[in-house]
Design a protein around this ligand. Structure first.
Ligand code: SF4
Length: 429
């Protein structure tokens, strides 16, 4: 299958910061395990006697050192396997990260994980320049776990409503265009997208059985264009024109924020997640939303309080708005937000789940800023943590979280959450 790049300008190169090797559990296949074992690490003076692999729920992973880093990560922040045997000797997951390949019918879309600091800060060469490497990964995936991705049915819009892949690309283009509209602050761009989604949720695309009335192809593009234009008039200009989120909206949002904020493994494991009692106590504190925020992630300061999340950040700098825009346009254009790369969510729900990562990132950013980070660094950290979970944290794929997302959507809480946590002091004055 071909790999297609995106229209959004995004750069990336690996700068060997080693953060991914300290953050993730890396799955390995039996063949990869055998290959690594044959590299002779049992006789390496640094690794002799150490456990190199661990089994969890029937799967094999690279083992971790007591501080949470991969057992193969050297003190120079470089991978020992890579240094001794080259990139091809590493597990595929290490070689692919942070590039993502999203199945889209007869091709893969190129995607990117923004938890990687180089991706978030747009450092390196154009993502398009990695297409050759991405094609190699695609071939490896097609020969292995992604067998059958070719020709897979597109995810539904909702229920049993389907459009072909080409129309999903049209929807992604329209949404990406709204997210790129520099005449609006980033939070209003998302409110316009949510208007589009809520209107399209009521639309019929099959023409009631009349082929001539089917909304597909050029007719769909026209409809998306008209609705995007209408959103300019229909969506309030200012975040302050919207009511704050209601009690239910805030409570559901906070428990979702707890899922996003908690880090269960790696060197940034939350100190407040040390034992079952501490985990329960953290959950209670998130439910009440009062007092100090439990340190469910090591990057959170000890002294931040839930009240800090209610205070807007100063107006976002161009750099922060640029990061948020690149991040979400990559997620939209690659189609990572729906289907198999986002727990099987249909298109509209997938877009709503992506919209929610904006207030989540800003909620986290407010905490980091209250802990002493600069606003730009706080937004970048919030976005990276939100993206670390998006489409990957299995808790977000649970029936409970899908129900929570649906509830926020049907109660009209999503635009309010976007406006409330996305507003800045300039908008709040
Ligand atoms: S094997 Fe190498 S690249 Fe992969 S996580 Fe470990 S140190 Fe990092």
């Amino acid at each position: 299958m071909q790999v297609r790049s995106l229209t959004v300008l995004q750069n990336w190169d690996c700068h060997s910061c080693g953060e991914c090797c300290r953050s993730y559990r890396v799955p390995v296949t039996d063949a990869e395990r055998a290959r690594i074992e044959a590299q002779g690490w049992a006789n390496d003076p640094e690794l002799k006697g150490q456990t190199l692999f661990e089994r969890r729920k029937g799967e094999t992973y690279l083992a971790h050192k007591p501080d949470g880093a991969c057992v193969f990560l050297g003190p120079d922040k470089l991978c020992r396997i890579h240094a001794a045997h080259g990139s091809l000797a590493k597990p595929l997951a290490c070689r692919v990260y942070p590039i993502l390949l999203v199945p889209a019918g007869d091709h893969w879309n190129l995607g990117l994980r923004f938890e990687c600091p180089s991706a978030a800060s747009n450092k390196g060469t154009s993502l398009t320049s990695h297409l050759g490497t991405a094609r190699e990964f695609a071939a490896a995936l097609e020969a292995g776990p992604a067998k059958g991705a070719e020709g897979a049915a597109p995810p539904p819009l909702q229920g049993k409503q389907f459009l072909p892949w080409s129309d999903l690309a049209r929807i992604a283009t329209a949404v990406s265009k709204l997210l790129a509209d520099l005449t609006d602050p980033f939070e209003r761009r998302w409110r316009r997208v949510l208007f589009l989604v809520s209107t399209l949720r009521k639309a019929k695309f099959d023409g009631g059985g009349d082929q001539k009335k089917t909304v597909t192809g050029g007719r769909l593009s026209e409809m998306l264009h008209v609705l995007s234009e209408a959103s300019e008039d229909e969506v309030p200009d200012e975040a302050t024109e919207l009511k704050p989120p209601g009690w239910t909206g805030r409570t559901v949002f906070r428990q979702l924020a707890a899922v996003y904020a908690r880090k269960d493994h790696g060197t940034e494991r939350g100190p407040a997640l040390g034992n079952p009692f501490a985990r329960l106590w953290s959950a209670v504190r998130f439910a009440s939303g009062r007092g100090r925020v439990p340190r469910v992630h090591a990057a959170l300061s000890d002294a931040v309080r839930f009240a800090d999340t209610e205070r807007p950040l100063p107006e976002l700098s161009e750099a922060s708005e640029d990061l948020l825009e690149r991040w979400h346009r990559v997620k939209v254009e690659s189609l990572q937000f729906c289907g198999p790369t986002n727990f099987g969510l249909p298109v509209w729900a997938g877009l709503e789940s992506l919209a929610l990562t904006f207030p989540i990132a800003m909620w986290l950013a407010r905490l980091f800023a209250a802990g002493g980070m600069s606003p730009d660094a706080a937004v970048a950290r919030g976005a990276r943590i939100a993206d670390d979970n998006f489409g990957f944290n299995p808790l977000l794929g649970s029936a409970r979280q899908k129900f929570a997302l649906r509830m926020l959507s049907t109660r009209g809480e999503l635009p309010r959450l976007v406006a409330w946590y996305g507003r800045t002091t300039a908008a709040a004055e």
